[in-house]
Write a protein that binds this ligand. Structure first.
Ligand code: FEH
Ligand code: ZN
Ligand code: ZN
Length: 339
């Protein structure tokens, strides 16, 4: 089968012919319909995110069809359309048993620790990682498993204590940020979209953002001060995660506010932690999402409340797609369609 293989940073992905995965009892073989092109893979290709074992087939944002079920697998049959939870762990520890396998110490993430979905087929170690897709096209559903799932977990961390009177700022309107705006609107808070690309802010507006700010063209702190009548915002979700965006996030946060860092935009990001910060603010990071949360995201998408522009790409276009992603030229989410 065809697969996009990562050997070492700086060499891009090599499109090669490799053996189709063989499955054992309890496992499932998926025919990949779509695999989302994620910024994290760009960090891997560039070398800022080292991988434990190479060469490896990348691709951790996967949806497709059940091709074959191993002995003992129940609940799924050949031809079923499914979304794939990719944060695979040991399956036995406390976080794994709670469904938060992405937090397990044993990092077996698909496309990161083991061969992933930039391929015609992918081996799934357990049916617990499969979420049925009833009405959704798996090509369009692939980004639900990472971009949407991560932004959903971020919004869930923002939600408690939030009222419709509050402001929720979303920094970075790429794939994750576009889902983030939509989930943020579902909380009832007023949503402020922040990005340095006006075309992304236009998308945010079409997705329901109440305000948009371009920090390259306006003074972010004074615009936010004006919008919030000096109160600043109750929540900031930073989907970029560079020193600059993090400083902006801290600058617009109000008292008892919460900053949620969901982006891994530049290796180590830092911000000044000091007593003159707004009083009683809290900070947290987001690490992908859990299996139960993927079921929730699929259910929300099935109800028609999530949209994003999907750009289908082929194996031959994959390396160039990563270059375009790096230049901020992908309007929604690019999805590899491996056939
Ligand atoms: C992938 C690899 C490493 C870190 C984070 C990620 C995210 O894209 C998973 O959501
Ligand atoms: Zn990702
Ligand atoms: Zn575990």
């Amino acid at each position: 089968m065809k697969a996009a293989r990562f050997y070492r940073p700086g060499e891009g992905l090599k499109i090669e012919d490799v053996p189709e995965p063989k499955i054992n009892a309890g496992e499932v073989l998926i025919r990949v319909a779509g695999a989302g092109v994620c910024h994290s893979d760009l960090h891997i290709l560039e070398g800022s995110l080292p991988l434990p074992n190479t060469p490896i087939t990348l691709g951790h944002e996967i949806a497709g069809y059940v091709e074959k079920v191993g002995e003992g697998v129940k609940g799924f049959s050949e031809g079923d359309a499914v979304a794939v939870f990719g944060g695979w762990g040991c399956g036995k520890c406390k976080v794994c048993l709670s469904g938060e396998e992405q937090l397990c110490n044993v990092l077996m993430w698909v496309g990161i620790g083991v061969d992933g979905g930039y391929a015609e087929y992918v081996r799934i170690p357990s049916p617990r990682y499969l979420v049925p897709l009833r009405k959704l096209d798996p090509i369009k559903a692939a980004p639900l498993t990472d971009a949407a799932l991560t932004s959903y977990r971020a919004i869930k961390k923002a939600r408690d204590g939030l009222t419709p009177a509050d402001f929720l700022a979303v920094i970075g309107i790429g794939g994750l940020g576009q889902y983030g705006v939509q989930f943020a609107k579902m909380t009832g808070a007023r949503v402020i979209a922040i990005d340095i690309d006006d075309s992304k802010l236009e998308i945010a507006k079409s997705l329901g953002a109440d305000f948009t700010v371009n920090p390259k063209k306006e003074n972010l702190l004074s615009v936010i001060d004006e919008i919030t009548y000096g109160e600043n915002v109750a929540r900031v979700i930073d989907f970029v995660g560079t020193d600059e965006t993090l400083m902006n996030a801290v600058g617009i946060l109000g008292k008892k506010g919460r900053l949620i860092l969901a982006g891994i935009g530049g290796g180590m990001t830092s911000f000044m932690w000091n007593p003159i910060l707004p009083p009683e603010v809290t900070y947290t990071t987001v690490f992908w999402g859990s299996i139960p949360e993927l079921h929730e995201v699929v259910s929300i998408a099935e109800s028609g409340r999530l949209e994003i522009n999907i750009e289908m790409v082929s194996f031959d276009e994959l390396n160039e797609t990563f270059e375009r992603l790096g230049r901020g030229e992908i309007r929604g989410r690019a999805v590899l369609v491996p056939r």
